[in-house]
Design a protein. Sequence first.
Length: 545
Amino acid sequence: MIEESWDEPLASVSFAPFRRGQSPLAKIYPTPAQVEEDLRALQGLAQGVRTYTSREGLERVPEMASRLGLKVIQGAWLGSEVEEKGRVINRKEIDALIASANAYPNEVQRVIVGNEVLLRNDLKPAELIAYIREVKSKIKQPVSYADVWAFYLKYPEVAREVDYLTIHILPFWEDEPVTLEEAEDHVVKIVQRIRAAFPDKPILIGETGWPSLGRDRGPAHVNTVNAARFVRKMAALADQHGFDYNIVEAFDQPWKSALENTVGAAWGILDVERRAKFGMSGPVIEVPDWRLRAGIALLGGLVAGAVLGAGVSGFRRQLVLILAAQALSWLAVTACFHAQAVSFQWWQDIWAPFRGALAVLTAWLSLRRMALLLGSKREAVKPPRWGLETIAAINGFYALIWTALLVVDGRYRDIPVIDFGAAALGILLLLGLSWATAGIRGLSGAQSLTGAAVWGQDSGMPDRCRTRGGWILGIGLPLAVLAAPISEGLAIIGQDFVHDHPGLSEQVPLVLHAMVSNVEINGWAVMLAIMALPYLAARIEGRNR
């Protein structure tokens, strides 16, 4: 049960009515009917909307909003003018914004000229100011510019030009992310800091919110419950302190996964199917279809346990296999559903079945090997069926690639604990069973932990742990254990971080804290260590021969 609640409409929400398959990057835009349908979906949920462009179908938002009783903060999207095409588009945006504001003076209450232009380094402050002055001279509504809060402190000349300051405060995306519990104080402190710097300027928190799906950042944990708690807290906080705010965003945006991976696509208070993720009061269910998942997992575990347990003698051994089957079945089913949930692009739709199938096959082959290890003495040493050592190698190389991507792009890349849950637990269970049955098979403790013993290569099959691929995994996976938390430390090092903490004496403790404060990345490091152990044991056992 969530303690926070808010029973009134939100002040404003970011409005980008893109559906699956639509994207401003691909220039595939919503139809007028879809735009109006999405505005209707927000009636009762929000008092108004913020747009980021006055073109591409959103020029009709003020007219539609006037019929639906919604207020509008209309925006103009400005980009780079290095090429002539950029200057032409910026001119169209400014003209459209001015026309919209003048045509709907009651519905368009405020306008925003540009969004995070300085952050992207698309325009110089002087170029941005020229556009701001032009819009101010041609409309009656208050004019602003929107950017991450720190950029107004960097460019106070821009602050002097606008009628009000539009600042983005996203605790999750800060170079030093904070926990959900710390987010309220974080928002208040930033607003106070901006007010102190510009005491004569009204402030709009133009973007604030929390993602419901994707990777954690430091201590900032991502899930639907936290997203609901943040939005409820923010609404109450704004009421308490008199903040003007806009929640990002109305709907999940699949196209943003191309820029920010899963977490970028999951900031909506409604999902891509226009279903509410949570209410503003009452309980929040993290996994709404948990009954379906549990049913499939239970059935899969029962079938696997029954098929493989038939050759295992003894109630205790059968119970061990049945429990292992249920655990691995749950992890495999979760991986399948998760792969589908984080598929936003066409290539992800193609990749998702592989991700799910790898988890299912890993679980099945692990259970089949467990059945042999739990069988009689004769069964325990008979030649195993092919497959598990190959799947383990695929998982190992896949994990190495993913970890390398985390090091290169750790800020946005998903942390794959769900994808590799079956692989890690499968190896952990096999290691335990191999150790327990070492005496029966005439193996030493170290020998029982090698891939040859764990995966069934102890009957004359070549020990692939000592092949070139096994050598790479034997070195690469232990290094990946170290690289995983390092990737989290590197992810917080940004322009603002270096500016606010210029000395190494300040930077190093913060980077080290980031490396240990993310439970998800630490879990991934543990999983890598488990996957590395059979290869390490093979190398150690080989040296002792």
